[in-house]
Structure formats: structure tokens, C-alpha cells
Design a protein around this ligand. Structure first.
Ligand code: PCD
Length: 795
């Protein structure tokens, strides 16, 4: 082939291909109010489902009295675990092969857990009905933190499991312990820090929900589902329900943000589907906001110790980490099954470190289950936070500039492909280039001067500068190492060119807002020389789309994007033989020109033909050597993941009187290889940085000592608004992925992964002269003021 688009000539050819800022096709329907979300789906005779939830975190259910609810006009049914058991649906598997109650069987294990379900003709009646279900609870002692859970006399949460004698789930480790210990013994300097990555929630605007519709005439169920992985969910639905897979159709319509929250299967989906089969009517279930935050997939909740060993001049020799993970009441983390700690083991980050060792213990607690990859490739966010914070701690210990210490330890640009001490194969990178660019954009030296001046003048407001030079790992597969519930993580594309020269692309991944209807059409435009307006993208319907593993872990571009390019090139190959037929030349003499998008006879550029003319030829005058039609399918199993990276620099002003933090400057330089749509990328970066600010400054799912979720609504789980978001300055470098057909890497998660350590490093940096080495997230004004006070800096 011709090797794909040229990164140097990255401005496209005017047809809306790679590198062009094509306006998002999907936005027309979104900004004119024509989006179609799950809650917009209304079917004749549709019933509504509301869930009765436990007010207690840990309690035995003695009795459920349905009678008052059933007496309410409009209530059709009240379901409990017993009713589901009759259909073998009382429990469901989690993505990590644990077994979760769909409705509580015997014992409540977290606050707001699903106890019963009321099905009614109207949502409000269903809600009234849910209030009338009487449950007799016997309250038990709850266990809220992982530390408490592992104490010898802690109450046993999972007493229904045979062989489970305590709240311990698993231990995991990676790296060479002996070699790492040795490096630490011999090191000039070692540093250690304890840090918590607090429990977060993805909190998408659209909560989770479904409309399940059993068709007794066809013995087929159609479920409109807030799903980031429709095909995988179809397989799981079929396995759990016993309905054959070809009789299950999952439709993921417009999704109002996923962020990892819509990867797992939740009890509400199963209840609605069971109710629809039993009642032979469509049933809708839609979460409210607090149900979403309190019960469906949380993220993070890692309590981490980090250690670095280094030479006097700041060469990092070893890294060690130990983690205590709170997994909630069930082991329901959403990650490939061979990675119990997700991709946390990439904690050597962007640095060439000789020895590394990490260990982790996971525990059950009486809190909601989860551990989803919230804008993060399976725990890479925690890993990046750990290493980027530790590099700052080390720089302080050695009194070195944090930019300089990074420079001394980066994996050099000529060392790629690079294998890390924990076994990751980085495809490409040029970390110093990105850092240099960010330093320049941030006016780094100026702010260092300003910082000094403020300290000397004993100013009321201090300046802090934080850096994060992160590496992400996105695009899971390869199928050999990555799976969801045993299904290999490949992805797919199916292109059909119509006789009139336009085309439909169907892909196995779908968009939750990130713009696939535009960017995937751009890949086809680039590879077929078609105009982007002539390509429509379809996704999210398992009856018509090729099987794919879903959208998360920034895998769409690396995997389905690759499948799209390969399928388009297959179409191009066939197009050549049609071109030869039309131009009355030998197929070997036909060349494709990326610039013009046309096929021509070698040495005779005026004997050329467009893809539109070829499409007509494929249906109206096809060569006898070929089948009629013009289409191709590709299932792509990536040989490796892709490793986007970047350098973020944050300048903050910290108020010594109030603990308030103001962003003075926020610079983000990203490298995602070849860029499909720079405008979409910039939008992705802005959104992800906003979520990084939420993480660092205000978001936290909190619990009190009784297991009450005290951070479970938007009054208490604070999301950043336009008021808290500064002006971002974005930049980029281009280091193509050598193994990806169009040289692209993912980018959607990078800003959320990369920014929290830059922000925390900046706040710590403002107090570093007084000896502060760490401030915990979320850095609300009171937390910052405490830290100032401890350092003797508060006013
Ligand atoms: N791109 C371009 N170029 C390159 C790359 C990329 O252009 N080179 C673009 C694409 O195409 C798209 C975007 O950008 O459109 C993104 O991409 P990616 O990175 O590949 O990714 P995806 O797969 O597609 O997606 C996913 C992501 C994630 S993961 C998340 S969270 C988030 C993000 O995405 N989410 C969201 N973003 C977003 N946006 C929106 N709007 N919404 C949402 O929801 Mo996970 O794991 O799930 O947690």
C-alpha cells in the first residue's frame, strides 16, 4: 500500500479527510433538539419500573410486604428476588465473574441497593408504589473503608459465598520485587508518599436506563439501552436470560455521555427485561441522578503508597508501590479479566526506570460496587497520578527543577519501541519535545520568577507551577491479552458503497458524544477519495452492525478506526479492478492518487476515474473477474496498544487567607499520533481537562461511618461548572503510531488522566518552600487551608 496519510502534509485534500476540521455532522440534530436518547423512546403500552432501594448499608431483609403497593391504582406488578428466582434471574454475573443480586436475596450489602421493583402504567405511580412497599430490615454493622474491612474482627459482608471467611478479595503484584528492593537499598536517595485517589463517579448528564420490549410473536427481545458496548451486552443478556443471542437486539441510541459508567450491566436493566418478558409489554427503567451516583459504577478509590529510589543527580533507579483498593460490595470492576488491577501496572510512566514492583490488595466493603474506567484505560489514571506525583516529591527532595528531573529520566525518543520494567510495549513517543513545547507556551521561567518574588515579599497569594508529563495506554486489544467477559477485544467495520457513489460505514463501536459520525467518515473519505458528506456512519444497533467490543479506554480510533481504514483499503483494491475495466487498462497499471482521490493509468494521469464513477461501474458494468457490488468488512485485532502522551503545565495562585485556588494558566500539549479532526480533538481535550479539574478540586463520593452515601447527589457531589473552568491553551506534537494503519492513537481520555497530577503538583509547589510534599484531592478550600496552616503559611 502507499503507507497511509503523510503526517507532514497533514492538512487534508479538501474532501474532509484526515487532518481537516470538519464540523460535526451529529450536531445538527443535537442543537435542534432532535437527539434521540433512551428516555425519548416511547412505545405503545409501555410500563414503567421503579426500584425500591435499601436505606441501610448492611441489613438482613426479613420480609417484604407488597400488598399496599399492589393496591395502588396503576401498579401492575411488584417484583422481588423470589419472583426473579422463578425465572433464574435472581442473580447476575459481574464483569469480573462475581455474582451480584439483581434484587436483594437475603442481605443488603450497600446503601440504595435494589430490594424490589414496582411496575406501573406511569412513572409517578411506579414511584408512589415503590414508597408503599414495606420492607422489614434487621440492621447490621457496616464496613465502609477497605482498611476497616480487612481488620480481623470486621463483620463478614459476603456471607453467602462459600469459602469466603473475610472481606479480602484478591492480592495482585507485578514486577521484580527482589531487583527493586536491591535498587532501593543501594540508592543515594529514596522518597515515599501516601496518597489517596478518592472515589469518583463518571456522572454523565444522561443517567443509565433502558426500554425492554419482548415480542411474543417473534420470541425476540429488543432493548434500547444506555450501553457503551451493545454487542458484548447482547451476548451477556443472552447468557443471563437464556434467550438465544439471535433473538436479542440491543440498540444504543444517542448516548448523553458514557465516561465508563455505561460499560457494566446493572440490575435495573435485568429487572426491566424480566418484567417485559413476563408481562409481555414494553418496560422502561430510567435512573434518577442520585440513583446513578449512589449505585452504578464508581471509579478510582485507590489508597496508594509510592516510593522512588534515585541517584543524587536525580536519575530514577526504581519505583515501588502498594495499593489498598475498595471494590465495594461486589467485585464488579470493568476491565479485561487478565488485569485484576486494570492497567495500573504501567506506573513507570514516561520514564526509563530499571526496576519496578507493585502490589495491591482489594477488599469488599458495604459501599456500591464499581471500579469502572472513568475516562481512563482501566486504572491508568491512578498509575499516572502516582508516578507524576512521586516525580514531584523527588524533585523537591533533591531541590531540582521538576522539568529538569523529567528530562533526565524520559524514555529517549530513539528508544522506541520500548519495553518497560513491568512489561509494556510502548509504540512511539517523543516526550521531551512535548515538554519543551509546553514550557514555552506556559512562559515557565517567568512564573518561576514570579513565584520567587511572591515568597520574598511575603505576599498573600502564592504561585505554584505543576507539571505532568504523562503516557497513556489506549486501544485494547490485543485480543490475546484483553477481553470482556471472555470475548476478545477486537473491533470491526463494514463499508458499503452505493451505485450513486455514496457510502454507509457501520462500526462495532458507537459514539457517546465524541463525534464518530464525523471522524469515522473522515477516515473513509481519506482512504477512498470520497467527499466526507457522502459517507454516513451507523452504529449502536446489534441487528445491523458488525460485532464490536464497545467504546471505552479510548479504543475506538486505535481499533475500530484501524478496522475502518483496512476495510476502506479493501474497497480500494476492488475499485482498482473496476477502474481497469472502465479505463480499458491492465489492473497492475492502475494507480490511486491520495491527493486527488482518483484512480488513473500509470504514466497517463489524464486517463483517470473517480470513486463515484467506479461505484456506478461496480453495479452497472462490473468486470467478469469480480462479483458485482462494492463493499468490504474488516475485523481488526490490534497487534499492540497505542501510547498517546503529553505534557500539561498548570500555574495556580493560592490564597493564604481562604485556601482558594485560582488557575492562572493551563497549558495542555497532547500527542495522539496522526490527527483525524483537530477541532474534535480540541473539544475532547477541553472536556477532559474540565473533568480533571473536577477530580482534583471538588468531586468525591463520600460515606459516613454508617455507610450512608453523603456524596450521592449534585448538592454534595460537586461538578465543575463554567465558573470553575479557566481558559485552556492547547498545543500538539505528532508522533505517529508505527503499527496503526493511519498512524493514529486515541486521545479522548488523555486530559482526564494527565491533568489531576499537574493540578496537585501546582498546589503543592505553591507551598513547597515551607516543606509541604502532598495535598489530598479533592483540594477544596478547607483542605488547602489546612495544608497552608500546617506549613505555617495560612493567614
Ligand atoms: N480522534 C481524532 N484523532 C485522533 C484520535 C482521536 O480525531 N488521533 C477523535 C476520534 O475520532 C473521536 C475522539 O477524537 O471522535 C475520541 O477518540 P478516542 O480517543 O479514540 O476515544 P473513543 O473510543 O472514540 O471515545 C471514548 C472516550 C472515552 S473512553 C471517554 S470516557 C470519553 C471520551 O471518549 N467519553 C466521552 N470523550 C467523550 N466525549 C463525549 N462528548 N462524551 C463522552 O462520554 Mo471511557 O473508558 O468510557 O471511561
Amino acid at each position: 500500500d502507499d503507507g497511509g496519510p503523510d503526517p507532514e502534509k497533514h492538512h487534508g485534500h479538501g474532501r474532509g479527510g484526515m487532518g481537516e476540521e470538519v464540523k460535526r455532522k451529529e450536531d445538527k440534530r443535537f442543537i435542534t433538539g432532535r437527539g434521540n436518547y433512551v428516555d425519548d423512546i416511547k412505545k405503545p403500552g409501555m410500563l414503567h419500573c421503579e426500584i425500591v432501594r435499601s436505606p441501610h448499608a448492611h441489613a438482613r431483609v426479613n420480609e417484604i410486604d407488597k400488598s399496599r403497593a399492589l393496591n395502588l391504582d396503576g401498579v401492575v406488578a411488584v417484583l422481588t428476588a423470589e419472583d426473579l428466582a422463578a425465572h433464574e434471574l435472581a442473580t447476575m454475573p459481574t464483569l469480573m465473574d462475581d455474582t451480584q443480586d439483581v434484587l436483594v436475596n437475603d442481605k443488603v450489602k450497600f446503601q440504595s441497593q435494589e430490594v424490589a421493583a414496582v411496575i406501573a402504567t406511569d412513572r409517578y405511580v411506579a414511584k408512589d408504589g415503590a414508597e408503599k412497599v414495606e420492607v422489614d430490615y434487621e440492621v447490621l454493622d457496616p464496613v465502609v473503608t477497605a482498611e476497616e474491612a480487612l481488620e480481623a474482627d470486621a463483620p463478614l459482608i459476603r456471607d453467602e459465598l462459600e469459602d469466603q471467611e473475610d472481606n479480602h478479595i484478591f492480592d495482585w503484584d507485578v514486577g521484580d520485587k527482589e531487583a527493586t528492593d536491591e535498587v532501593f537499598e543501594e540508592a543515594d536517595v529514596t522518597v515515599e508518599e501516601q496518597m489517596e485517589y478518592q472515589r469518583l463517579h463518571p456522572a454523565p448528564i444522561e443517567t443509565c436506563g433502558c426500554v425492554a420490549d419482548w415480542d411474543p410473536g417473534k420470541d425476540k427481545i429488543t432493548v434500547h439501552l444506555t450501553s457503551q458496548a451493545p454487542h458484548a451486552h447482547r451476548t451477556l443478556f443472552s447468557q443471563v436470560s437464556g434467550i438465544p443471542e439471535h433473538k436479542v437486539r440491543i440498540v444504543s441510541p444517542d448516548i448523553g455521555g458514557g465516561f465508563g459508567n455505561k460499560v457494566p450491566i446493572y440490575p435495573g436493566y435485568v429487572v426491566a427485561a424480566a418484567a417485559s418478558v413476563v408481562l409481555e409489554q414494553p418496560v422502561k427503567w430510567m435512573e434518577e441522578r442520585s440513583e446513578n451516583i449512589q449505585t452504578t459504577g464508581f471509579a478510582r478509590d485507590y489508597d496508594m503508597t509510592g516510593e522512588l529510589a534515585a541517584t543524587e543527580d536525580g536519575i530514577i533507579k526504581g519505583v515501588r508501590t502498594d495499593v489498598l483498593a475498595n471494590h465495594g460490595a461486589y467485585n464488579a470492576v470493568a476491565q479485561p479479566s487478565k488485569f485484576p488491577a486494570g492497567f495500573f501496572n504501567i506506573f513507570t510512566g514516561s520514564y526509563d526506570i530499571e526496576a519496578a514492583y507493585g502490589s495491591l490488595t482489594a477488599a469488599f466493603t458495604n459501599t456500591a460496587p464499581g471500579g469502572v474506567a472513568y475516562r481512563c484505560s482501566f486504572r491508568v489514571t491512578e498509575a499516572v497520578y502516582l508516578i507524576e506525583r512521586m516525580v514531584k516529591v523527588l524533585a523537591q527532595e533533591l531541590d531540582m527543577d521538576p522539568a529538569e528531573i523529567r528530562r533526565r529520566n524520559f524514555i529517549p525518543a530513539d528508544a522506541f519501541p520500548y519495553e518497560s520494567a513491568t512489561g509494556w510495549n510502548y509504540d512511539s513517543g517523543d516526550y521531551e519535545k512535548a515538554l519543551d513545547k509546553a514550557l514555552e507556551m506556559a512562559d515557565y521561567d517567568h512564573y518561576r520568577e514570579e513565584q520567587k518574588r511572591r515568597i520574598e515579599e511575603d505576599a498573600d497569594k502564592l504561585i505554584g507551577i505543576g507539571i505532568s508529563s504523562f503516557t497513556e495506554v489506549v486501544g485494547a486489544g490485543p485480543g490475546k491479552s484483553c477481553d470482556i467477559a471472555g470475548i476478545e477485544m477486537f473491533d470491526s467495520a463494514d463499508i458499503r458503497v452505493n451505485p450513486t457513489g455514496n457510502a454507509v460505514l457501520r462500526v462495532g463501536v458507537q459514539t457517546q458524544g465524541q463525534g464518530h459520525e464525523t471522524t469515522f467518515a473522515q477516515i473513509v473519505a481519506e482512504e477512498l477519495g470520497m467527499d466526507v458528506d457522502n459517507i454516513s456512519v451507523e452504529h449502536g444497533d446489534t441487528d445491523t452492525d458488525p460485532y464490536g467490543l464497545g467504546t471505552y479506554g479510548s479504543r475506538s480510533t486505535p481499533v475500530a478506526g484501524a478496522a475502518t481504514a483496512v476495510a476502506a483499503r479493501k474497497v480500494r483494491e476492488k475499485a482498482k479492478s473496476i477502474a481497469a475495466n472502465e479505463l480499458e487498462a491492465a489492473e497492475e497499471d492502475i494507480e490511486w492518487d491520495r491527493e486527488s482521490g482518483e484512480f488513473h493509468v500509470a504514466g497517463a494521469p489524464d486517463r483517470s476515474i473517480t470513486i463515484t464513477e467506479i461505484a456506478a461501474g461496480a453495479y452497472m458494468n462490473h468486470p467478469s473477474s469480480e462479483e458485482p457490488g462494492l463493499e468490504a468488512v474488516n475485523y481488526y485485532d490490534p497487534p499492540e496498544m497505542t501510547y498517546p502522551f503529553g505534557s500539561y503545565i498548570v500555574v495556580v495562585e493560592v490564597d493564604r487567607e481562604t485556601g482558594e485556588v485560582d488557575f492562572e494558566k493551563f497549558v495542555a500539549v497532547d500527542d495522539c499520533g496522526n490527527r483525524i479532526n483537530p477541532m474534535v480533538i480540541e473539544g475532547q481535550i477541553h472536556g477532559g481537562l474540565a473533568q480533571g479539574i473536577g477530580t482534583a478540586m471538588m468531586e468525591h463520593v463520600t460515606y459516613d461511618e454508617n455507610g450512608n452515601c453523603t456524596g450521592g447527589d449534585f448538592m454534595n457531589y460537586l461538578l465543575p461548572t463554567a465558573n470553575e473552568i479557566p481558559n485552556f491553551e492547547t498545543g500538539y506534537t505528532v508522533t505517529p503510531s508505527p503499527h496503526h494503519p493511519i498512524g493514529a492513537k486515541g486521545v479522548g481520555e488523555s486530559p482526564t488522566v494527565g491533568s489531576p497530577p499537574a493540578i496537585v503538583n501546582a498546589v503543592v509547589d505553591a507551598m513547597a518552600h515551607a516543606g509541604t510534599t502532598h495535598v489530598e484531592m479533592p483540594m477544596t478550600p478547607d483542605v488547602v487551608w489546612e495544608a497552608l496552616d500546617e506549613a505555617g503559611l495560612s493567614l
